[in-house]
Design a protein around this ligand. Structure first.
Ligand code: 5AD
Ligand code: FES
Length: 364
């Protein structure tokens, strides 16, 4: 069964049906999982070589207007000290990122809307533009005009997870005021503004089925995503969802997260897929396992360590005390053990985005 699914997957992008994807996501036989990961890793190597692209991530603030039931920085979490970095801090961290040779940068924060915030981000983008980094924003839902202004100020990529493609499940893990439809509309707006668009989901959510996860992967294809960032759900004790124990033990949540990476690689072939910190929270080598399952991007945290405890989206988030330099050495060593190197000096644009945009360009 798995052999024929792999063969079909390797015949071309989007060859699999939702039924095939559900089988891949639910796999728990080690031998079958091994075959699937090997095929997915082979595809990763075909498109990106034995190289992992790095983007330093700056968690620039934890002020958040949203109240997602699973997230540690939700606005109702009164236990949290809120912070926002200054433009100087952000510029300094961006220089550190460039100094590490990462060539790409992610700016992430809680969701804030409004002119003052829009302008603040614009200013930051203009300040860091001379560094020539590939800049990704992960700043939540915004008006299209705001996305356009940030694009014009130098951001080229945007990550906005749909969290789940199932609107009914979305409604169970968010307050009524949060709209699944608006999130989809934001993803479309980002496309119109010319970004490399990233989305993603959480796996192992309460009540989520393999069919839900298979449809998530089909959704990535429908949106024609260039980048995927996803990871297992991990409870946070100060959230409504985190008060109940997770349905699955850590080892199974890790397996699901890795199966999702492999299935997404086998379905979409040429997108960038991040091996996320949530995997590392479940196993010390979780991110390396993510690479071997088909991911090709890592996002080491370069936020100053004094702020990291205030950006705990979930319990047990790793690397609270390691600074950027320690992360770099640690990652490089861990990847070398897999025969993978760090893509220093390479921006690591999504091959899918490059193919999609060059296909559209008029031939010279
Ligand atoms: N477990 C795992 N991922 C989480 N996120 C937020 N809270 C959690 C959690 N408890 C993810 C969401 C969000 C991203 C920034 O972090 O998917 O989009
Ligand atoms: Fe929605 Fe943090 S409050 S992901």
């Amino acid at each position: 069964m798995v052999d024929s699914i792999i063969e079909k997957a390797l015949s071309g992008p989007r060859a699999l049906g939702a039924g095939d994807l559900a089988v891949l996501v639910a796999l728990d036989d080690p031998a079958e999982i091994g075959k699937v990961r090997e095929a997915a890793y082979g595809l990763k190597c075909r498109y990106s070589g034995k190289v992992v692209s790095m983007r330093g991530i700056i968690e620039l603030g934890n002020v958040c207007a949203k109240d997602c039931y699973y997230c540690g920085i939700r606005k109702s979490n009164a236990k949290l000290e809120r912070y926002t970095l200054s433009a100087d801090d952000i510029a300094r961290l961006a220089e550190i990122d460039a100094g590490q040779g990462y060539a790409s940068l992610v700016l992430q924060s809680g969701e804030v809307e409004g002119e003052a915030h829009t302008r603040f981000i614009e200013d930051c983008l203009r300040r860091i533009a001379p560094l020539g980094l590939g800049v990704t924003l992960s700043l939540g839902e915004q008006e299209e005009d705001v996305y356009r202004r940030w694009r014009e100020a130098g951001a080229e990529r945007y990550l906005l997870r749909i969290e789940t493609s199932n609107p009914a499940l979305y409604a169970r893990i968010h307050p009524e005021s949060h709209s699944w439809e608006r999130r989809v509309e934001c993803l479309r707006a980002l496309r119109r503004c010319g970004y490399q668009v990233g989305t993603g989901v959480m796996s192992a959510l309460p009540g989520q089925t393999p069919d839900d996860l298979a449809r998530d992967i089909v959704f990535f294809g429908e949106i024609d995503a260039d980048m995927i960032g996803m990871g297992p759900y991990i409870p946070h004790c100060d959230t409504p969802l985190g008060r109940t124990a997770p349905e699955l033990p850590a080892s199974e949540r890790l397996r699901l997260g890795l199966n999702m990476i492999s299935a997404t690689r086998l379905y979409l072939h040429d997108v960038n897929i991040a091996s996320t910190t949530a995997l590392q929270a479940l196993a010390p080598d979780g991110r390396e396992q993510g690479i071997l399952a088909g991911a090709n991007v890592m996002m080491p945290n370069i936020t100053d360590t004094k702020y990291r405890r205030s950006y705990q989206l979930y319990d047990g988030k790793p690397c609270l005390d390691e600074n950027a330099l320690m992360c770099r050495g640690c990652l490089e060593r861990r990847l070398a053990l897999l025969g993978e190197s760090v893509g220093y000096g390479r921006r690591g644009d999504s091959p899918h985005f490059l193919a999609r945009t060059s296909a559209k360009a008029p031939s010279a």
